[in-house]
Design a protein around this ligand. Structure first.
Ligand code: PRP
Length: 207
């Protein structure tokens, strides 16, 4: 039995589609479905919150997980990253008000709002800049507009949220996409089953 930790929604749908194309299992769920565990044949899926996927994998509750690179970096767990799945592409950026793009770089007591405090702290540490990190859980773009912060560290995908709120990306910290991750013990004990999935996914991504 191989157990996956996935996040519900588009990402899980994509993985179900890939496993179906490989003839490994055939799962279909709709918006009304409230199950958190789905089992079929040799596969079991936990539908977790995206930021919790590395926790399930690190603790060995799940063998494999699919999660964004942003969460992998932020959570910094002892797990193996096996494959870049190529979808969910976006960037982790420092963003600031468009009329005042650069002044955050020279602030002594910089205030940075973000959902990713570890990533933000590591970035400003690496730049040698002192920063107070303000953790938010969403709508991070609100922070500079309301003067809660001077800038933000956040995900930029289409750039629409920034544009519609008078902000711009100044620097890209990380390029992001969905990744297949694996528990370190499972990689040894279930090597053959895991290889089958990884090789299959790799083949599909080549098409
Ligand atoms: C994410 C991110 C940005 C937005 C970027 O937020 O934090 O706010 O998407 O996408 P865009 O560049 O295509 O506009 P999410 O939708 O996860 O909502 P949140 O505000 O609750 O974090």
């Amino acid at each position: 039995m191989l157990t996956f930790a996935l996040s519900k929604g588009r990402l899980a749908d994509k993985i179900f589609k890939m496993l179906k194309e490989l003839g490994l299992c055939e799962i279909s769920i709709d918006d009304e479905d409230r199950r958190l565990i789905i089992e079929q044949g040799d596969f079991r899926f936990f539908l977790a919150k995206p930021s919790d996927v590395p926790t399930f994998v690190d603790n060995g509750v799940a063998d494999l997980g699919v999660v964004g690179k942003d969460t992998i970096i932020e959570e910094n767990r002892d797990i193996a990253e096996l494959l870049d799945l190529g979808f969910g592409k976006c960037r982790m950026c420092v963003c600031a008000p468009k009329e005042d793009l650069d002044s955050y770089k020279y602030k002594m007591n910089l205030r940075v709002a973000t959902k990713y405090p570890n990533i933000a702290k590591a970035y400003f540490d690496s730049m040698g800049q002192n920063a107070t990190i303000i953790k938010l859980n969403g709508s991070v773009e609100l922070a500079p507009i309301t003067n809660l912060s001077d800038c933000i560290v956040d995900i930029v995908e289409s750039g629409r949220t920034l544009k519609e709120n008078g902000l711009e990306a100044v620097t890209t910290i990380h390029e992001l996409s969905a990744r297949l991750v694996c528990n370190l013990a499972s990689l040894k004990t279930k090597y053959d089953e895991i290889s089958k999935v990884v090789d299959g996914f790799r083949e599909l991504l080549r098409k």
